[in-house]
Design a protein around this ligand. Structure first.
Ligand code: FAD
Length: 312
């Protein structure tokens, strides 16, 4: 987070930096600057989301790909092996149908690293071990990246039932506070159109690397945890308009000390396999902009490598 480093260097503390007036250019506002108005709508240049939600991005991407290719959803790739001519055989298993082996010139593995390791080091692949050089070292490195889980409770409330003025984008809670939630995002304060007039939508984060045991609880138990914490921290009372829970199991890679060295080692092993790329949030950034930047670089490398193969 180089932005935070800069803020700390320039202002000596993050809180001091966040209290400074927002930078003049739109989109460069400091995170955490106080909201100016009560009305709904985005007031923090740092946060951006499609008006109709994140699925808009995926649906648009799908449309673009389908203009010249095929997208198969609900389809599991069960194994990956390299053929002697440098192509790839994938065992593709659609939901409710038999698996088939199919050949591809190039493959981008966009899976969590433990799944990528299963695919590259799986039974079918190990027969082809000689064709993916150092596959054992590669899968060992991939498996060494730890993941944590989280759950999100999304809830809707009447503003009259919330004592706190919610003049912020949310809150993040340090572990030392001994709370049972990690953070709350005031979603309808960050983005326009997420809640009707007089209502607010909150997203409460639970679990993470430090409180994994909480995720053993049932959905109803977690709703209770969230209600108690929101009441205590924000003065939220009464029945929420709605509550939903989404669980993200083993979804957040943990960038432990030495992460960049591990990633460099993975990248150099993958570079030795023309036509293969690994992308996703486990390598050089968890946020979507980082994932997209990393994936674009991989796609460009792949296109270059395919062009070279064709010209040979
Ligand atoms: C709770 C939470 C909140 C977040 N909030 C933000 C935010 O506000 N802003 C931001 O920028 N980022 C945010 N992130 C981070 C960002 O959303 C993730 O890092 C990103 O979505 C990860 O994308 P990915 O494609 O790398 O991985 P994933 O989304 O994990 O995708 C991997 C996919 O592979 C599929 N798969 C697995 N095995 C197979 C197989 N054998 N065959 C076929 N498919 C398979 C899985 O089903 C899955 O869909 C958040 C993440 C979480 C968990």
């Amino acid at each position: 987070m180089p932005r935070f480093l800069d803020m700390e260097r320039q202002s000596r503390s993050l809180i001091r930096a966040s209290r400074k007036p927002a930078a003049s250019s739109a989109g460069e506002g400091e995170s955490g600057s106080a909201a100016e108005t009560e009305g709904s709508g985005a007031r923090y240049g740092l946060f951006t989301a499609p008006r109709e939600g994140m699925s808009k991005m995926i649906n648009r991407l799908r449309e673009i790909v389908e203009a010249s290719g095929t997208v198969r959803s609900q389809t599991r790739v069960e194994s990956l092996a390299r053929t002697p001519d440098g192509r790839f055989t994938l065992r593709v298993c659609p939901q409710d149908a038999a698996a088939t082996d199919e050949q591809f010139d190039a493959v981008v593995v966009a899976l969590r690293t433990h799944h990528a390791a299963e695919l590259l080091g799986g039974e079918t692949a190990s027969k082809q071990e000689a064709s993916i050089p150092n596959v054992e070292r590669l899968t060992e490195l991939l498996r060494s990246i730890e993941y944590s889980s989280a759950a999100i409770v999304v809830s809707g409330h009447r503003l009259e039932n919330v004592k706190h003025p919610l003049k912020a984008f949310g809150l993040v809670i340090p572990h030392t506070e001994g709370r049972r939630i990690l953070a709350v995002s005031f979603t309808s304060r960050k983005f326009p159109g997420r809640a009707p007039e007089g209502r607010v939508m909150l997203r409460t984060f639970i679990g993470g690397a430090l409180q994994p045991e909480l995720l053993q609880q049932t959905d109803d138990e977690l709703f209770q945890v969230v209600r108690q914490e929101l009441a205590s921290i924000l003065g939220v009372s009464g029945e929420p308009d709605f509550e939903r829970i989404v669980r993200y199991n083993n979804a957040m890679p943990q960038y432990h000390l030495g992460h960049l060295d591990r990633v460099s080692a993975i990248e150099s092993l993958v570079a030795g396999v023309p036509g293969l790329e690994l992308v996703g949030n486990a390598y050089r950034g968890v946020g979507l902009p980082d994932c997209i930047r990393y994936a674009e670089a991989s796609a460009n490398r792949l296109m270059e490598s395919l062009a070279q193969t064709e010209s040979v």
